[in-house]
Design a protein around this ligand. Structure first.
Ligand code: 6PG
Length: 246
């Protein structure tokens, strides 16, 4: 593993691995540490995970970790507003990939709590998350991804969501499809920045040179309209582990 420093202050240092297998093992170690510490300190671990293709092999290997899965709850960073059996559903992907540890007792809470309308769904997802604790949950770990366009969660460059997602009193918002033919093509459900900031730790897992270059550029120019991931990381108050696989 080598370290790549993305910013002058050294706050954003990438743990860079030569292979995806090595990077996946690093992500799995970070998950095991964060969740086992949470269980030891509070008797339970609550984490949120990104969708998309990058984290899928990590979810598929969760069963290799030595954890009390019946003390773990997983929810989502964001989700496509589609039926749970839809091929583009993150819920479907995560439930299938993590099936062995769900069978061992891990609770998996999809953001798709209602498929009638995105706003109704976001409101029900908000209620679900708030019911996990006295008011707003704290996530012991946030396994975050990003797109090559510098988006994260369902917060895309140039999208009007950027006008409300940073200061919203809500934990969860509906995101309309792009009106200019860009991303997202599907309606989305996303956690807001105040919700994502309630993460004790973030692991940002990315792969490929294009995303590494995009992340470096986003950190150098953290404008929310052009570099959502850069804007988010620049204001996030906690520790960030950036893991990259070539
Ligand atoms: C989604 C994800 C999204 C993802 C990035 C990267 O629903 O697509 O939550 O934010 O993290 O789009 O996706 P890949 O890992 O497939 O490149």
């Amino acid at each position: 593993m080598t370290e790549i420093v993305l910013d002058g202050a050294g706050r954003f240092t990438v743990q860079a691995f030569d292979t995806l297998a090595q990077a996946e093992q690093a992500v799995l170690r970070a998950i095991e540490t964060a969740l086992s510490d949470a269980i030891a300190e509070r008797g339970h671990a609550l984490w949120i995970g990104a969708g998309g293709g990058t984290p899928k092999p990590v979810y598929e290997q969760l069963d290799t970790l030595d954890l009390a899965w019946d003390k773990v709850t997983l929810s989502q960073v964001d989700e496509r507003f589609v039926p749970l059996d839809d091929a583009s559903s993150n819920t479907k992907m995560m439930a299938e990939a993590a099936a062995p540890v769900i069978a061992k007792g891990m609770r998996f809470l999809s953001l798709i709590q209602d498929i009638s309308h995105p706003v109704i769904c976001s409101e029900k997802a908000e209620t679900m998350l708030r019911n996990l604790s006295e008011d707003a949950p704290v996530f012991d770990l946030n396994l975050l991804g990003m797109g090559g366009d510098r988006h994260y969660a369902s917060i895309f460059p140039g999208h009007p969501i950027n006008e409300e997602v940073y200061d919203s009193p809500a934990l969860v918002l509906a995101v309309a499809p792009s009106e200019t033919g860009g991303e997202p093509k599907l309606p989305r459900i996303t956690l807001t920045v105040p919700a994502l900031n309630r993460s004790r730790r973030i692991v940002l897992y990315i792969t490929g040179q294009a995303k590494l270059d995009a992340l470096a550029a986003a950190i150098a120019d953290p404008d929310p309209w052009t570099s959502p991931i850069g804007a988010f990381l620049s204001q996030y108050p906690g520790p960030v582990d950036i893991i990259w696989g070539a």
